[in-house]
Design a protein around this ligand. Structure first.
Ligand code: KG4
Ligand code: ZN
Length: 338
């Protein structure tokens, strides 16, 4: 399956992309961040309406940029789960309509599969098996990618996702939304050794939990207590130092579990995906630790870490080349296991 047009509308980006054998021909990402910023987070109803207003223009732009005709498109895909139901419906319905109109194979894609395959955009030779470290606003997972469509979750977060922790800490430091990029930038001016914060150890294994689970809510609470204590003592909060210490703690915690998991399962490649894959602290710490253990770490190109449609096209291309398609009756799901 060579050329795939994909649509991604699971949250607050209206994204359309055309990918030809892991090569991005066009990628449109119409971000709604400024619209939601005034509410401090994504408002589902507002997101659906924004997608509706933007989607047709984004499709036209993607086709224009790629300089392709509909006859040259081999398949059409859209994210079908998980995400905001109203938002997902806009993209999925648009994709189905295009597939019927232009008589193309159609496929619904799991959003996390998109993040897993985002690394294909920077690494043409990557093939399973590999370990996916998926760190986004909603997920923190270690996934054993055995082959296209065969995944085993080996670790998750037991509470907050990594990106969610960044967003919550940014909110309590009054840095706005989304928090990850702001903390990342500030952390570069701060001292990561300024404060010792808990890495959020979890008892391993048992209780129906995965062996490489993690936890970030304790870390978030520790940052809150630290800030409250500083304020109580009448001290100015050294925001850059707090950001740097927090970021380093998250990066170390993710790195430890990813490396242990890869070594235990004999997987020599870790492919990182999701918004937090853009984090400079995680990139540095994980890369250094992997080098020590002779493991290969791959990251998606920076602009394809956060939500985009090129990653959905990559995942769809893998499935479509295996002959997988979805029925036109396919619905959306707010939650769906991989
Ligand atoms: O993958 P994504 O776009 O959406 C989900 O599927 O959740 O990830 C968004 C998350 C947000 O929580 C955002 O704060 C975080 O990724 N993020 C970052 C960075 N850029 C985005 N976190 C840390 N450092 C960054 N540079
Ligand atoms: Zn995502």
């Amino acid at each position: 399956m060579a050329i795939v047009l994909a649509i991604e509308t699971s949250c607050d980006e209206t994204a359309v992309a055309i990918v030809n054998n892991r090569q991005v021909e066009s990628s449109i990402i119409a971000s709604q961040i400024p619209v939601h910023q005034q509410y401090g987070g994504v408002v589902p109803e507002v997101a659906s309406r924004q997608h509706l207003e933007t989607i047709n223009h984004a499709i036209a732009q993607a086709m224009d940029q790629a300089k392709l005709s509909w006859g040259e498109i081999d398949g059409i895909a859209a994210t079908c789960a998980p995400g905001l139901v109203g938002a997902l419906l806009v993209g999925l319905t648009a994709a189905k309509t295009l597939a019927i109109l232009h008589k193309k194979p159609f496929l619904g894609v799991h959003h996390l599969e998109g993040h897993i395959y985002a690394t294909y955009l920077s690494e043409p030779s990557l093939e399973p098996p590999f370990l996916s470290l998926l760190v986004s606003g909603g997920h923190t997972s270690l996934i054993y990618v055995k082959e296209c469509g065969r995944y085993e979750t080996l670790g998750e977060t037991r509470d907050d996702a990594a990106g969610e922790a960044f967003d919550k800490v940014a909110r309590l430091l009054n840095l706005g939304y989304p928090g990850g990029p702001v903390i990342d930038k500030l952390a570069q001016q701060g001292d990561p050794q300024a404060f010792t914060l808990p890495e959020g150890k979890v008892s391993l294994p048992g209780g129906g939990y995965h062996r490489y689970d993690g936890s970030f809510s304790g870390l978030k609470t520790a940052v809150l207590r630290l800030v409250q204590q500083l304020e109580k003592d009448g001290k100015e909060v050294p925001v850059a130092d707090v950001a740097a210490s927090f970021q380093q703690t998250v990066a170390r915690s993710l790195t430890k579990r990813a490396i242990a998991c890869a070594l235990d399962y004999g997987l020599n490649t870790i492919a990182v995906g999701g918004g937090v894959a853009a984090n400079s602290g995680l990139r540095k710490i994980l890369q250094a630790a992997a080098a020590e253990h002779n493991l290969r770490v791959l990251f998606p190109p920076m602009k394809f870490c956060t939500d985009n449609a090129a990653m959905i096209a990559c995942a769809a291309a893998e499935h479509l080349s295996l002959g997988h398609t979805s029925p036109m009756t396919l619905g959306v799901e707010s939650r769906l296991a991989l």
